[in-house]
Design a protein around this ligand. Structure first.
Ligand SMILES: Nc1ncnc2c1ncn2[C@@H]1O[C@H](COP(=O)(O)OP(=O)(O)OP(=O)(O)O)[C@@H](O)[C@H]1O
Ligand SMILES: [Mg+2]
Length: 253
């Protein structure tokens, strides 16, 4: 039990193993509330593996083992007593490729709250979630149409709206713009900056300009370890470690 907590989420010596292979190597970091934290690093440095550990997504993969702790509010989410369903409700996730359900726009929003029996005014929930995800004006007259009829950028905003409908505190985003064109990317970036007022956001990105535009803090990962972290401006302007400098300047990865 942790009596006081100043971070939205805090990893303490968090390691993730695939079988005997230690992929994430003792990462410790406090993710600040109502901030956007970007996780950067070359392909294969374990960004997605780390992010999936943040809401117990690895539970579904038998060969994965987790060590260390991950504190959300007063609880280590890997404690035996923690409820993984509740963890995933409060720590939502948006993936690289938009993955709406092949159902109507409206059903995409209410599906999670209904199976979790969150007693709600569903009409109001649909409107408020879509508004928060900056999608309402584009879809309000076609809520019963298939989500698959939306553009990629709209589908990604729908996936963000779907996670918002669960009333999360934290939203994890793993390269949410990598399948989108520049215009849709710009609308998601703008959205992320408004979401920060209410949610804590962790985003994995390969796009250095994007990290710089939207994040408050940056974590640079390399070969499973957290190499350097800090304020975004400082990380880009004046990183302490040569590896960070070289990666940010595009010298590798
Ligand atoms: N289910 C799995 N079983 C075994 N190894 C895995 C599994 N998933 C990922 N890995 C390995 O873990 C390492 C990190 O993968 P991960 O997907 O976390 O990297 P990443 O930093 O997100 O890369 P990218 O930028 O390409 O998305 C890789 O070497 C990968 O092969
Ligand atoms: Mg990845």
């Amino acid at each position: 039990m942790r009596l006081s907590y100043s971070y939205a989420l805090e990893a303490k010596a968090l390691s993730v193993f695939y079988g005997d292979n230690k992929a994430v190597d003792e990462v410790s970091y406090g993710f600040k509330r109502n901030k956007v934290t970007a996780i950067i690093g070359p392909s294969g440095c374990v960004k997605s593996t780390l992010m999936r550990a943040m809401n117990r997504m690895h539970d579904f993969v038998p060969e994965v083992k987790i060590e260390g702790s991950l504190w959300y509010e007063s609880e280590d989410i890997y404690d035996q007593r923690a409820n993984p369903v509740l963890v995933r409700k409060k720590i939502g996730m948006v993936f690289q490729k938009p993955n709406p359900f092949p159902k109507s726009i409206a059903k995409n929003i209410v599906w999670g709250p209904k199976i979790n029996r969150m007693s709600k005014n569903y009409k109001e929930l649909i409107e408020s979630s879509l508004k928060r995800a900056a999608l309402w004006d584009e879809v309000k007259h076609r809520l019963e149409e298939s989500a698959l009829s939306l553009s990629g950028g709209q589908q990604q905003r729908l996936c963000i709206a779907r996670s918002i409908a669960m009333d999360p505190d934290i939203i994890l985003m793993d390269e949410p713009c990598s399948a989108l064109d520049p215009k849709s990317t710009a609308s998601i970036e703008e959205l992320i900056l408004t979401l920060r007022e209410k949610y804590t956001i962790l985003i994995v990105t390969h796009n250095m300009q994007q990290a710089r535009r939207i994040s408050d803090e940056v974590l640079f990962m390399y070969e499973g370890r957290l190499v350097e972290s800090g304020d975004t401006e400082q990380m880009f302007e004046n990183p302490r470690i040569g590896q960070t400098h070289d990666y940010i300047r595009g010298k590798f990865g």
